[in-house]
Each structure stands twice: as structure tokens, then as C-alpha cells.
Design a protein around this ligand. Structure first.
Ligand code: HEC
Length: 193
């Protein structure tokens, strides 16, 4: 029994030291111009969802869903998020695939998560991905407004749709127009375009 425990401890030490040496001697790749392997993508996506499920408070959006607030949310999005997540002209972001992992396109593939979930992601960001914690840059009001907008990209009221069309020259997406394409967390996301 004593030898067994000693064996376990030695194995653990070898793993930790080995891992540290691997990283500190420069064997870990840091380049972002690569596509994450399938398994890494799957595990990371699940871990992210599980962590948000675990940490995010279940709160309702305190901002009223008015045309004005949704248009404000659209403006916040255009100014701060479109560069990475895709603009309202419905073209994919040119730098989305320059990130490791690539950036989900929130206009081309709208989110179907609840608002507390989306809000938490925006507010606190996502470590080691390039997604900033917007609580350090935007007001809480603006974060909730962009949350309201993002959770209704395909269900916007007529006046907001008109505003979108006038400002960006394209018809906004409508519900069902993405059937069969899967969600932004699809495993094969990066393989199809
Ligand atoms: C510099 C690029 C960049 C900018 C700017 C940016 N994001 Fe992100 N965002 C990312 C990346 C990268 C991820 C993906 C993290 C991952 O792989 O899980 C992400 C993830 C998200 C998610 C989670 C999506 C999911 O799959 O659940 C939301 C919501 C989001 N961003 C909203 C926003 C909003 C709103 C803004 C503007 C206020 C914004 N982002 C600005 C890069 C960016």
C-alpha cells in the first residue's frame, strides 16, 4: 500500500514537472493562425457552456424591450462588436477566422441562449479567446441593450427592421431562415462557410 501511494505521488510529480517543462522550454505553440482540432473545440465549447451555466446569475433583462432600446443595442453592437462578430450588412467578419478559436458570427448565426447567459458572456468575456469583458468598457445599460438586441436578431419589431434596412442596405434575417444550419456551437462550424 505504501509503495502504491508513493507510485501515485511520483507519477503526479512527473506529470506536473513534465507539463511545466513542456511549456517553459517553449514547446507550446502560441500561433493563432491555426484551426483548433475537433476534440479541443468540442471539449472547450462544452466546458464554456457548463461554466456559464454554473456561474451566471439567472437575472431578467432590466431594460424594456422598446424599439428605441433595440436600436440603441444595434448601435452598441455596430460600434463595438461587429468587427469581430460580423456587421449588420450580413457579411462575415474578415478577421473572424484570424482568431484561435474563430469568432462566432452572431448576425449570420444568431444565438439561441437565454438573455442571462448572453449577458454574462458579454459582461465577463471569455478568457484566452479575444472576447473582452465589456463590463470594463461599456455601461450596464448598454450591455443589457445589446443583449436584448442579440437575443432578438431574427425577431425584431417592424420599426427596428426598417431602421436596419435603411442603415445597412440589407433585409434583416427573419426567423427560420437558418433552419438546418445548426447553431454557432456546432462542432463542424469552422468546416463550413
Ligand atoms: C476582438 C474580437 C471581439 C470583439 C470586439 C467582441 N467579441 Fe464577442 N467573442 C469574441 C470571441 C473570440 C468569442 C468566442 C469565445 C469562444 O470561443 O468561446 C466571443 C464570444 C462572444 C459571445 C458568446 C457566444 C457564445 O458562443 O455563447 C457573445 C454573446 C459575444 N461574444 C458578444 C459580444 C458583444 C456583444 C460584443 C460587443 C460589445 C463583442 N462580443 C465583442 C471576440 C470578440
Amino acid at each position: 500500500m505504501r509503495n502504491f501511494i508513493l507510485g501515485v505521488i511520483v507519477t503526479l510529480i512527473v506529470l506536473v514537472v513534465g507539463g511545466l517543462a513542456f511549456a517553459l522550454l517553449g514547446f507550446m505553440p502560441t500561433n493563432a493562425d491555426a484551426t483548433p482540432p475537433h476534440l479541443e473545440r468540442r471539449i472547450a465549447a462544452r466546458a464554456l457552456d457548463a461554466s456559464m451555466e454554473h456561474h451566471a446569475p439567472r437575472v431578467n433583462n432590466p431594460v424594456q424591450v422598446t424599439d428605441e432600446n433595440l436600436i440603441d443595442g444595434m448601435k452598441v453592437y455596430t460600434m463595438n462588436c461587429a468587427l469581430c462578430h460580423g456587421a449588420l450588412d450580413r457579411k462575415p467578419s474578415v478577421i473572424a477566422k484570424a482568431f484561435y478559436p474563430s469568432v462566432p458570427q452572431l448576425i449570420l448565426r444568431p444565438l439561441d441562449d437565454p438573455e442571462w447567459h448572453i449577458n454574462y458572456a458579454i459582461r465577463t468575456g471569455v478568457r484566452y479567446t479575444g472576447m473582452p469583458a465589456w463590463s470594463k468598457a461599456l455601461s450596464e445599460q448598454d450591455i443589457w441593450k445589446v443583449t436584448a438586441f442579440l437575443s432578438r436578431v431574427e425577431k425584431l419589431p417592424p420599426a427596428v427592421r426598417d431602421y436596419w434596412k435603411k442603415s445597412f442596405g440589407v433585409e434583416p434575417p427573419s426567423e427560420g431562415s437558418h433552419k438546418g444550419e445548426g447553431s454557432h456551437h456546432d462542432e463542424d462550424e469552422e468546416d463550413k462557410d
